[in-house]
Design a protein around this ligand. Structure first.
Ligand SMILES: [Zn+2]
Ligand SMILES: [Zn+2]
Length: 339
């Protein structure tokens, strides 16, 4: 079987591996669709602290059950499924506080290797974060479950209300998924994004306004909000200057959700008076809980949210490296990998 491996920073190769056997309570999935993600791109270009190399690559996928382990009774070979690549332990300090997205072991027990013919899912994922994929939902759309669950968690924290004006910084895959989710909530969304191509996608997906990120973006947002600023801002670029500048776009009492991961060892400054007297609420956001996965899956299954306009092209395993390089150059949003 073929699997894509990140051998070292900058080098991706396809390896031949043996047919995997499912662990007790776990399953083997034959991948039907996988998606490139910014995390894969970052891992390839600069390495990742949680990915000692050589490392399997890819974590957004859907597929068909190809083998079941002992004790699995609710799944059978041939069942189409959608799943994410991690699940909480249910027992640690954070899990007991119902902050399962912050589970102490979820990151260490996550599964990579969606750019492959097959992937093994352990018991704790099968039990909590795997759902049957209905016929009506295609594999490509189902593969969006993981990024959509992350965005769903952000929505859970930011609690946008209908009619509110929300500024989304960055129209990469996450920013665009936020845009779609916010539209479902009835929000008016302003997207700030330097790439003309991505702004065009945002417009198609229902952005009320799109603005290039250069000079004048702040003035434009203030003009569009009668001088007050937005109710909510969502940062999806991971650029520290955008993190710190984002509070300027908010009205008093507004909220800022910081979603985009920045390089490690970076700091940002905020105007203390703005945070205090204008009562700005600043939130970090990380990962998702099983309930977010359930909610995200429901949106896909019900057809309320169609993420497939985010797919810019399609490739096989041999083309993964090129697809990741394209994303890193800002060519396209996400690429669909069909092993
Ligand atoms: Zn991802
Ligand atoms: Zn835990």
């Amino acid at each position: 079987l073929k699997t894509v491996v990140l051998e070292k920073v900058g080098r991706v190769a396809t390896h031949e591996v043996a047919e995997p056997t499912p662990p007790k309570g776990g399953i083997v999935v034959e991948i039907k669709a996988a998606l490139t993600c910014g995390t894969d791109v970052k891992a390839m270009l600069r390495g990742h602290p949680k990915m000692p190399m050589p490392s399997p690559l890819g974590h957004e996928f859907s597929g068909v059950v190809s083998a079941v382990g002992a004790g699995v009774t609710n799944l059978a070979v041939g069942d189409p499924i959608m799943a994410v690549h991690s699940a909480p332990c249910g027992e640690c300090f954070y899990c007991r506080k119902d902050l399962t997205n912050l589970c102490e072991s979820a990151m260490d027990t996550k599964v990579l290797g969606a750019f492959a013919e097959k992937i093994v899912l352990p018991e704790h994922i099968v039990r909590q974060n795997l759902l049957p994929k209905p016929e009506s939902l295609d594999f490509a759309a189902a593969a969006f479950l993981e990024p959509l669950a992350c965005v769903m968690h952000g929505i859970h924290l930011a609690k946008p209300h209908s009619e509110e004006t929300v500024v989304v910084f960055g129209a990469g895959p996450i920013g665009l998924l936020f845009l779609m989710m916010l539209r479902l909530e009835g929000c008016r969304v302003i997207v700030i994004e330097p790439s003309r191509m991505r702004r065009a996608v945002a417009e198609k997906l229902g952005a009320a306004h799109t603005i290039g990120s250069g000079e004048g973006a702040l003035e434009s947002v203030l003009e569009l909000t009668e001088g007050y600023g937005a109710d909510l801002a969502i940062e999806c670029t991971g650029v520290t200057q955008v993190w710190s500048g984002a509070i300027d776009y908010l009205r008093r009492g507004g909220a800022l959700l910081l979603f985009g991961g920045t390089p490690s060892d970076t700091q940002v400054c905020f105007d203390t008076n703005r945070l205090h007297y204008d009562q700005i609420f600043v939130m970090g956001c990380f990962h998702f809980r099983p309930v977010d996965v359930q909610h995200a899956a429901q949106l896909l299954i019900d057809g309320k949210l169609d993420p497939t306009p985010l797919i810019s092209g399609e490739t096989d395993l041999a083309g993964v490296e090129e697809a990741l390089r394209k994303v890193s150059r800002g060519e396209g949003v996400k690429y669909l990998v069909r092993p």
